[in-house]
Ligand binder design. Sequence first.
Ligand code: AGP
Length: 606
Amino acid sequence: MCGIVGILGSKPVAIDLIDALRRLEYRGYDSAGVATVENGHLERRRAEGKLRNLETRLSKEPLEGHTGIGHTRWATHGKPIERNAHPHMSDKVSVVHNGIIENYRDLKAELTAKGHTFASDTDTEAVVHLITDAMQHGCTPVEAVRRSLDRLAGAFALAIIFAGHDDLMIAARQGSPLAIGHGDGEMYLGSDAIALAPFTDRITYLDEGDWAVIKRRSLEIYDRSGKRVERPIVKSAASALLVDKGNHRHFMAKEIHEQPEVISHTLSNYLDMGEGRVNFPDLGVDLSQILRVSISACGTAYYAGLVGKYWIERYARIPVEIDVASEFRYREAPMSPGGLAVFVSQSGETADTLATLRYAKEHGQRIASIVNVRTSTIARESHAVLPILAGPEIGVASTKAFTCQLAVLACLAIALGRARGHIDTAKERELVQALVEVPRHISAMLRDEDKYVDLAHTLSKASDVIYLGRGINYPIALEGALKLKEISYIHAEGYAAGELKHGPIALIDEKVPVVVVTPADELFDKTISNMQEVAARGGQIVMISNADADHAGCKLAAYIPVPDAHPFTNPLIYAVPVQLMAYHTAVQMGTDVDQPRNLAKSVTVE
Ligand code: AGP
């Protein structure tokens, strides 16, 4: 999703703005731009596509201003063309924006009637003209922004600079995060602290509804009501993090390979490995009294939640309701007070998940969030935060965050099961030991990647791929299909293996690869029967299993062996082959693996 940066510097800032934008590339974008205050007037450079296009433009037409803003745009209103790229500007003001101004049509009609001319198809430009209009009527920049903010509906983050004001930037946050960085006689602004890491680790996060008047040597923050407020300066860990690919060709490959290490790290936070016990943080409720759990999330995080449902229902015997957040938020689900509501989100900023969280809070639920970004809005609005500790995930396609989310959910299920008396000490030790072995099993699979390169030849020729799984491995089939379509653009769908003959089997012919996620567990024979139904119709079967290939009882197009593991931990282990399949297929097809088309890493609009 769009990325925002801003710098009040002591030298020309255009190059540093690009550097900061590069660190936001992982969010996904389709055009970019910067604007600076040049000898009192505003100048901008914009370009479609990647940041290198903007750099080329800047090398031909440099900007020298010491105050500037920059933006990577993920198109919502208007095509991804230069005319719609940010910054948008008038002769008085230049604006970058992340989010959606929901009432922009009304504002545009009003401002057009007053004589303002719009040059783009974006919602953002309404903000430019609103502020300009106020300034034309004699308002100072600060007063103009204050009045304009009162007129805006929707979720947004804004950064604004002004002609004739070299020492002024105004930022506003309503629904999309913003971090202000404190330098030495310089100030910075970014959609997150990662963008600001090369410049400073001293960060102030704006709260929901805050807006800030930023100068090189001062910072004033006001809340929604216009009251001056203080927000702390915190030391950001992002500075220490080098966002690079190491020896890998893509961030996604690096993140897949990091899984044994990061899962160990996550587990060590939630387990007492010596005692064989879960050491779960206090959620502020008596776990033995929880009668109902609801889980809400989007995309991959939702599939993690779906695995969580199977775990919690089976091991803690607590009914779990789960829904994608975009549905949950509007279906007015009855929630009797006292339930535990769990929200899963890598970024912690997903608009739909956040809206569901607020709904659940209003309905008396205890809110626990499973997030990667601890400073995120979802984390901050939760009663209890369960960090997944995966480190920054840069590839748009989620990999290590998914398995770390699973690790936390597995620990939660054990903690609930123990509290409710369904897991005794011996069973807890058995399940904890199973979790401890997961990183070793994943490492073993990652040592043997060649077979995925061969398999990618088959998958890259397909126009449709079907994934099948049963029980707790059904969400892995869904996740496998999502991974493949996200980064290779091949149409893929996941189905519960038992559902096959209720419709999807009509799709099977000899051109369709069918990936079957089938550990040798209690449902193995049933899934094998479904696999044979596919074979009978000529489908090309790819079997992922710890059972030998000859158990298939039919011809296989490919066989991916998986280490023997406790059935409890199979979702964590079987996630890895489906990630590798998608990755190698995308590499073979030459797509933009880390920043696939149309996708954003952090989805801050609904
Ligand atoms: C995963 O590969 C996705 N790109 C996407 O489905 C993602 O999981 C979803 O947008 C939710 O994001 P979140 O975890 O940051 O809330």
